[in-house]
Design a protein around this ligand. Structure first.
Ligand code: KG4
Ligand code: ZN
Length: 321
């Protein structure tokens, strides 16, 4: 079995996955509540919490799978991108397990991990496909031609889609993280109530900062007490603009690559309007959209292990390579 460990942001996660891609156990301890009072993830607070949680979370994943560490044949761990201090906690835990058991360590790129959420059972997707990866930190269009790699077709020039959801939620007074809150509130609102801009940037890139500013102005224009009455309409219209931007570009990307099979991964893939807007797309299962370790173990099935003792020298990286 492959043990996956993920600590790149504010989720401490461990999972056990079979070499065939079956998820035996997947444990995610979210720190979201811990960071909510600050309106975003505080890196130092995240690192300390990972340190407390990583041992118990790995233990729980093993217990849930009813196996001991002796059943683990390789350890896959997120090496980056993410918060450097947070990453180092997971990487150090993985090194310790690898060293003590004498088993290979597989460093995994977090973005590859999101894509590899599609390779898990019971119905794994086979490349090639065009993929939208939309999360709190990234918005990428990818051409995926094999299990090990992808080609970047487009990215965001400013905010990530999830970041746009989170910042929008904050402007609407919905707390952090805000994607799921906007999703829920939008169901009660009119998506045509406001006309929010959809950026037209060249190529297959995205831009969400203008949209965020437009929401800020719309909220400011409302008088005292009016926001309460219009909050659902604002959420619905704002979400509609993000979903339209994402789906448009995904279709354009599929046309450009000729890879007609399309897939969506990452936290924003949990969005109900986005899912409904893409009836023909392969969507990561809800439990595998937001950060988890099953996707990291899945990616470790296809990446190269690093032998001991070289594995002990691996470093984390904060930004996408
Ligand atoms: O993939 P993820 O867990 O973390 C990163 O790698 O960034 O994505 C988290 C992001 C957050 O911005 C969160 O607001 C967003 O995914 N998100 C959603 C929904 N659920 C989570 N955005 C829109 N609708 C949702 N239902
Ligand atoms: Zn992620």
């Amino acid at each position: 079995m492959i043990l996956g460990i993920e600590t790149s942001c504010d989720e401490t996660a461990a999972a056990l996955v079979t070499p065939e891609g079956g998820v035996i156990s997947s444990v995610v301890a979210s720190q979201a509540e811990l960071h909510a009072r600050y309106g975003g993830v505080v890196p130092e607070v995240a690192s300390r919490r990972h340190l407390e949680l990583v041992g118990p979370v790995v233990r729980e994943a093993l217990e849930e799978a009813r196996v001991g560490l002796d059943a683990v044949e390789r350890v896959g761990v997120t090496r980056g991108p993410g918060l450097i201090g947070a990453l180092l906690v997971g990487l150090s835990a993985a090194k310790a397990i690898s060293w003590s058991r004498g088993i290979p360590l597989v460093p995994v790129d977090h973005l590859h991990g999101h894509v590899a959420s599609l390779y898990l059972g019971p119905e794994p997707l086979e490349p090639p496909f065009t993929c939208l990866l939309a999360s709190g930190g990234h918005t990428l269009l990818l051409a995926v031609r094999d299990h090990r790699s992808f080609e970047r077709l487009g990215t965001t020039l400013d905010d990530a889609a999830g970041e746009a959801f989170d910042k929008g939620a904050r402007l609407l007074g919905l707390g952090y993280p805000g994607g799921a809150a906007i999703d829920a509130l939008a169901r009660e609102g009119d998506p045509d109530a406001y006309r929010f801009p959809i950026a037209r940037v060249p190529g297959l890139d995205f831009s969400f900062s203008g949209l965020k500013t437009a929401l800020l102005y719309a909220v400011r224009e409302l008088g005292d007490g009016e926001l309460d009455a219009r909050r659902a309409d604002l959420a619905a219209s704002y979400q509609r603009a993000i979903v339209t931007a994402l789906t448009r570009r995904l279709h354009e990307a599929a046309e450009e690559t000729g890879l007609e099979q399309v897939a969506v991964v990452g936290g924003v893939a949990a969005n109900s309007e986005l899912r409904a807007a893409l009836p023909d797309a392969v969507l990561a299962p809800l439990s595998l959209c937001t950060d988890n370790a099953a996707m990291i173990a899945s990616a470790a099935r296809f990446a190269d292990p690093v032998a001991l003792p070289e594995a002990l020298e691996l470093d984390a990286y904060a930004s996408a390579a």
